[in-house]
Design a protein around this ligand. Structure first.
Ligand code: ZN
Ligand code: ZN
Length: 118
């Protein structure tokens, strides 16, 4: 049976969709990455490799109030990026529920040289 492999655009995890899975998917349906909980909307579901996804946002849990909310590209581009205590670049977003400021850390860029001790 044909298995379509999709790389998660957020964490790079390979998501496998069997022909059965795909038969149940329609454009507008949402797939959630097992590994990072990113939500992707199916935009095309045709024959063979004719399959496309659009990243919806990353679901994250507020460490302050425990509510989940979606981090979208828009939210991220509006969020200031600061350096956290350990030197990692983090984006500051507001929790839509309790308005706490939350630091979001992303996978470090592999091209970035590692920081040596001073
Ligand atoms: Zn993922
Ligand atoms: Zn909150």
């Amino acid at each position: 049976m044909a298995i379509l492999e999709i790389d998660c655009p957020v964490c790079g995890e390979v998501l496998e969709l069997s022909a059965e899975d795909r038969a149940e998917l329609n454009p507008g349906d949402v797939i959630v990455c097992d590994s990072c909980s990113a939500e992707m909307e199916v935009t095309r579901n045709g024959e063979g490799e004719d399959f496309e996804l659009e990243l919806l946002g990353i679901l994250t849990e507020c460490p302050n109030c425990g509510e989940e909310f979606e981090v979208t590209d828009d939210l991220l581009s509006a969020a200031p990026v600061i350096e956290s205590a350990d030197g990692a670049a983090v984006s500051l977003v507001d929790c839509p529920h309790c308005h706490a400021r939350i630091e979001l850390e992303f996978e470090p860029d592999p091209a970035e040289p590692s920081v040596s001790g001073r």
